[in-house]
Design a protein around this ligand. Structure first.
Ligand SMILES: NC(=O)C1=CN([C@@H]2O[C@H](COP(=O)(O)OP(=O)(O)OC[C@H]3O[C@@H](n4cnc5c(N)ncnc54)[C@H](O)[C@@H]3O)[C@@H](O)[C@H]2O)C=CC1
Ligand SMILES: O=C(O)C(=O)Cc1ccc(O)cc1
Length: 305
């Protein structure tokens, strides 16, 4: 994936919002800033970061027009607030900003799980503020304010999960916003999102963390051989297993039920494969591998269509 940085200009050609506040300026927050700048989607980007280092970096990279050590001050007067921190921080952030959100503002986020976000943030949404949770299905294994780039969301899905009763005009504004950031948008119920992402994203990350951990536990001599001769399959796992530890801890703690359900099914299927290998049932192995190859080819064909 390209990590090319966006041009640092703010053409303001098509501002959809006067003031956008980004809470958290890591990979996704900084990529959003670049995408907003690229599209001229906001007249002013206010940013909040906890650490002095990130605040200084955000100013240096011109990710923000104003930087705030206090999240409540960042969201003041913002028409759109997007929380871009690990999902385990949402309850605390919600409590900190609720009194400063502007009536009529949209509160959104980018978290990888959605039911827990609605649980933690929903009670902190004041009357008159529109809550439209979101999840861009786009990322990398990198983190921090330097890792963002404007094209991250181009051609990728963004899923919105507005709770029942959400103002349709607010949802439409977020659809237009994500399209202007380069994404295709789908609106979905939060529980459905969590089940789908448990198998397509969360379980693959768990498997990557496990297999790389298994290698890390091998004796030193074997471990260095594995690393020396690692084929692309294992290398792909190490890339995913380099993803942010805090972010992924929070994903698993906050999508517990869906991940455990998918993990149960996966464990059953793995045991069936173990049996097939033990008993020399080559036909079973070949039949599965033929089906999985067709799935991969279907994904590639759908992308090219
Ligand atoms: N990394 C990825 O590929 C993707 C991540 N996401 C979601 O985006 C969100 C952010 O992830 P990344 O940008 O990748 O992580 P990151 O680690 O690059 O950035 C997160 C930022 O949040 C800050 N932060 C932590 N606790 C905070 C708090 N209490 N208040 C304010 N800021 C706080 C951190 O200091 C850091 O700067 C997560 O909720 C994650 O689930 C969504 C799509 C893809
Ligand atoms: O880097 C990768 O392969 C990813 O899978 C990125 C990613 C991570 C978390 C998400 O919620 C969405 C996308």
């Amino acid at each position: 994936m390209s990590t090319q940085k966006s041009p640092q200009k703010s053409p303001n050609t098509n501002p959809q919002f006067d003031r956008v506040a980004l809470i958290g300026l890591g990979l996704i927050g900084s990529s959003l800033s670049h995408a907003i700048r690229r599209g001229g989607l906001a007249k002013h980007i206010a940013g909040h970061a906890r650490s002095e280092r990130t605040r200084a970096k955000a100013v240096e990279l011109r990710l923000v027009d104003s930087i705030h050590a206090d999240p409540a001050s960042a969201v003041k007067d913002a028409d759109l607030v997007i929380i871009c921190s690990p999902v385990g921080t949402y309850a605390e952030i919600g409590a900190a900003i609720r009194g400063s959100l502007k009536p009529g503002a949209i509160l959104s986020d980018v978290g990888s799980v959605k039911q827990a976000v609605i649980r933690d943030l929903g009670p902190n949404v004041p009357d008159g503020v529109h809550f439209v949770p979101g999840h861009p299905i786009a990322g990398t294994e990198h983190s921090g304010p330097e890792s963002g780039f404007a094209t991250l969301f181009d051609g990728r899905w963004c899923i919105l999960t507005p709770p029942p009763g959400t103002d349709a005009a607010a949802t439409d504004k977020m659809i237009a916003f994500w399209r202007a950031c380069g994404s295709q948008v789908e609106v979905m119920e939060a529980g459905h999102h969590d089940k789908t992402l448990a198998i397509t994203s969360h379980l693959p990350h768990l498997i990557a963390y496990t297999i790389v951990g298994t290698v890390a536990d091998l004796e030193d001599a074997t471990q260095s051989e594995v690393i020396k001769f690692s084929a692309s399959g294992f290398r792909d796992f190490t890339r995913i297993a380099a993803s942010d530890p805090v972010m992924w801890r929070d994903v698993f703690l906050n999508n517990r039920d869906a991940v455990l359900e998918m993990l149960g099914r996966f464990a059953e299927d793995l045991t069936a494969l173990q049996r097939a290998i033990r008993w020399g049932e080559g036909d079973k192995l070949e039949a599965l591998f033929t089906r999985t190859r067709a799935i991969r080819r279907g994904i590639i064909d759908a992308k090219q269509a």
